[in-house]
Design a protein around this ligand. Structure first.
Ligand SMILES: [Zn+2]
Length: 61
């Protein structure tokens, strides 16, 4: 799993600058009911999980 820890060590040779603001959306974890931020827009259609619960579920399956 690549948890690309966003740091200032990257040197993308692509165009432009690598300072793209990460878009995050506030959501409430369906499991622990904690407020969290997700990198996608919660549709309300499916439950949103925080990082911890997401990992827990994944390992649990
Ligand atoms: Zn959670």
């Amino acid at each position: 799993m690549g948890d690309w820890s966003g740091g200032s060590g990257g040197g993308y040779g692509g165009g432009g600058y690598g300072g793209r603001p990460r878009e995050v959306h506030k959501a409430v974890c369906a499991e622990c009911k904690q407020e969290c931020e997700v990198p996608f827009k919660p549709s309300g259609d499916r439950p949103v999980y925080c990082k911890a619960c997401f990992a827990k579920r994944k390992g649990n399956q």
